[in-house]
Design a protein around this ligand. Structure first.
Ligand code: PEP
Length: 258
């Protein structure tokens, strides 16, 4: 099965010039096979990168979105971006529920649920991030993820129909994200267990849509192989390393498993 590698640039790089250069490094990669590459860039770079992406096979994602799709003349949400704005610009994916937004910007499961619904309605593909803040035991982690999925996907897809491939779950244990203190990647064995758990949990709820489940948390070219060699782990969400030359190496490894 083809793997998907998603770069999460977070709030970087600091200039459009640098964004262009960084994107160019990835766009140069030849023979992508079926490996899907997505770059989640800051809003203000998306238009330029969409134009550049036309010459490559790279797709664009936003890192967040609001839960409203106001009609023309509506939109009393100063500073926010709607799902329709992203869709009309040519953005294909949107990351929703990243742990940094949950923690630092106090985003709740209810807000995340509304964002997913509005994005699905607008025809965007959703990358939903879930992950436990601490790993005491796998059992506790599973419980935590189950609750997050129940709340974040409430009413979906029963009331809001999803298309095939419209939902990706990024399992990102918060403690494994590289910017957190003492972060280290999860073991591929535990990530695999969690991936299988998420898939089994979602199976009856999402009918046969089979959302892809990917891993995120301190992924680098040194450890990605351990995750991707498991068929069930269908890709990776890459933060820090996506801003460095390591990202090209990561993609080349993913090509071997696609
Ligand atoms: C992320 O922020 O989604 C992430 C996985 O970051 P990192 O790869 O730096 O741990």
């Amino acid at each position: 099965m083809p793997k998907i590698i998603i770069a999460n640039w977070k709030m970087a790089p600091p200039s459009l010039q640098e964004a262009k250069k960084l994107f160019g490094e990835t766009a140069k990669i030849k023979n992508l096979n079926d490996t899907e590459i997505v770059v989640a860039a800051p809003f203000i770079y998306l238009e330029l990168l969409i134009n550049l992406s036309k010459k490559s096979k790279i797709k664009l994602a936003a890192q967040d979105v609001l839960w409203e799709n106001p009609p023309v003349g509506g939109g009393a949400y100063t500073g926010e971006i709607s799902p329709n704005m992203l869709k009309n610009l040519g953005v294909e994916y949107v990351i929703i529920g990243h742990s940094e937004r949950r923690q630092n910007l106090k985003e709740t499961d209810e807000m995340i649920n509304k964002k997913i619904i509005a994005s699905v309605k607008a025809g965007l593909k959703v990358i939903l991030c879930v992950g436990e803040p601490k790993r005491n035991s796998i059992k506790q982690a599973k419980n935590y993820i189950k609750k997050q999925l129940e709340k974040d996907l409430k009413g979906i897809p029963n009331n809001y129909k999803l298309k095939t491939n419209q939902l990706i779950i990024a399992y990102e244990p918060v403690w494994a994200i590289s910017t957190n203190k003492n972060a280290k990647p999860d073991t591929p064995e535990n990530a695999l267990q969690m991936t299988k758990f998420i898939k089994n949990f979602l199976k009856p709820k999402t009918y046969n849509l089979k959302p892809k489940v990917i891993y995120g948390g301190s992924v680098s070219s040194k450890n990605i192989e351990g995750f991707l060699r498991h068929e069930e782990i269908e890709g990776a969400l890459v933060g820090g390393a996506s801003l460095t030359s390591d990202f090209v190496k990561i993609i080349k490894i993913a090509q071997k498993y696609s």
